[in-house]
Design a binder for this molecule. Structure first.
Ligand code: SF4
Length: 468
């Protein structure tokens, strides 16, 4: 029988990328092969994101194309999974292109749903009912156990850089930031048992993985009680870094509220725990932070960043910001610029506010900052962030840094003739991107390189002539 082909479209965060790679891994074990061309696929899996309107619009535009493909290939099956699947459920299933809709908590069911849909022409729906209701809590735990089994059973690195893997530490979020859909589609926080995480990490390290990233929407909230002992993220980082053969351990994303400084202590004392903190502030205005329900003030956030730098002097801090939140004045925005100048991020992402259906801000707050102003604030903040990165990156000039080499850069031919090697890309423990010419055989390995030039987002290093 010819091999069946699967085409994957994955939108959104790292959590979605992990889910996508698990589904691809599970289907690969059933004989499916990945294809880059939807026209060649027997099954198309679209893993969706609801965090921004733009991501949802792109899903609908893809579905429009798949509807057209189904006319010439009636056996094609299309599965829509992820946050949008949970949010829209039946509405999405009614789309002509769609055969399967499955929410994030039903990830483990996707291979079976695809098998069923291949055998019939029915539509299949599997999403969580009342995901945030107390009555659903037992269901959340049951789903979580099933997801744990699914994660342990299937390889996750097939779709990733070979030397690196992502492991979920926890699911869901309890924070209810007023603009965010995540708590409504991913459900309440559930931390995975440390044994499951360690078992998965060990398996991956035995397969040659050098770096493990622990994932959670608010990963610093990780908490797992086993008898008398309560495990927090700092414990987990220590235990994962003890696995023989592991290189580096990272974690994303942190929430500034309830941030436990023991995480910073582990970072300072354990060279395997990378000195990198992705910790979105979202705004520098207390008024806007309150309206966002972020649970901290700008001064508290800055204090935490000062503490982080006092404990881990070389820590690299990355952030996220939303500009144009309802009611954001010029003064509020200037407070955000001030916070950015004060914290000096390694890099930060900036998003223009867009209301998400069913969130508090969509229901109760007027989206009253015009598009043009949002665009201006977005550009200004990015400019300030870039200026700061450009200045701060100069300190690397002439220094030797250790990188984990990811493979060929986007422009592998650059300087290839002169150096005799393609251009490679790697990252430092602080997550700084470094490009340099060197043998491709360095991929997946650690290498020391000397920085010769810097830019806001990239460091450039001298060629590495050999792998010795
Ligand atoms: S912390 Fe806030 S922004 Fe982050 S996932 Fe939870 S609700 Fe959304």
């Amino acid at each position: 029988m010819p091999t069946r082909k699967i085409h994957l479209k994955s939108f959104g965060c790292q959590m979605n990328k992990l889910d996508s790679s698990l589904v691809v891994g599970a289907l690969g074990e059933q004989g499916y092969e990945l294809t880059d061309t939807p026209e060649a696929a027997d099954v198309i899996v679209v893993n969706t994101c609801s965090v921004r309107e733009n991501a949802e619009n792109r899903v609908f535009s893809n579905l429009g194309h798949f509807k057209y493909l189904k006319k010439s290939n009636p056996n094609l099956r299309v599965a829509v999974i992820g946050c949008m699947a949970q949010r829209l459920g039946d509405e999405l299933l009614a789309h002509e292109a769609v055969d399967i809709v499955a929410g994030p908590a039903q990830l483990h069911e996707v291979p079976a749903l695809i098998a069923e849909a291949m055998g019939d022409h029915d539509k299949h729906l599997s999403v969580s009912e009342k995901i945030r209701q107390p009555a659903a809590s037992q269901q959340v735990i049951t789903d979580s156990h099933k997801l744990d089994d699914f994660e342990l059973a299937h390889d996750t690195d097939a779709n990733h850089i070979k030397s690196q893997a992502f492991i979920r530490a926890m699911r869901g979020c309890n924070n209810f930031c007023t603009y965010c859909i995540v708590p409504f589609v991913r459900g309440p926080e559930v931390s995975r048992p440390p044994e499951a995480i360690l078992k998965q990490a060990k398996k991956l390290v035995d397969q040659g993985i050098q770096q493990v990233t622990l994932l959670g929407q608010t990963v610093n909230s990780y908490q797992y009680k086993a008898g008398e002992k309560s495990y927090r993220l700092a414990d987990l980082l220590g235990q994962v870094s003890d696995i023989g053969g592991i290189g580096w351990v990272r974690f994303i994303t942190s929430h500034p509220g309830r941030f436990d400084t023991s995480i910073l202590q582990v970072m300072a004392s354990n060279p395997k725990v990378c000195p990198y903190l992705h910790i979105p502030a979202q705004s520098g205005s207390d008024r806007i932070l309150k309206a966002m329900n972020r649970g901290y003030t700008a001064a508290e956030y800055i204090d935490l960043m000062d503490t982080a730098r006092a404990i881990v002097p070389d820590i690299a801090i990355a952030g996220d910001f939303i500009v144009g939140f309802p009611g954001e004045t010029d003064e509020d925005f200037e407070a955000t610029v001030d916070l950015v100048r004060r914290v000096r991020y390694k890099n930060a992402f900036v998003f223009k506010y867009s209301p998400r259906p069913d969130t508090h801000s969509e229901k109760k707050l007027e989206d009253n900052v015009g598009d043009e102003i949002k665009q201006q604030r977005n550009a200004k903040l990015l400019e300030v962030i870039s200026e700061i990165s450009a200045e701060d990156n100069e300190r690397f000039l002439g220094k030797e840094v250790e990188v984990l080499v990811e493979g060929l850069s986007k422009k592998p031919h650059l300087n290839q003739e002169k150096s005799g090697h393609p251009q490679l890309i790697g990252r430092t423990a602080g997550d700084y991107i470094v490009v340099f010419n060197g043998p491709k055989s360095l991929t997946g390995r650690f290498a020391n390189v000397k920085i010769t030039q810097t830019a806001p987002l990239t460091l450039f290093a001298a060629p590495r002539p050999s792998t010795a």
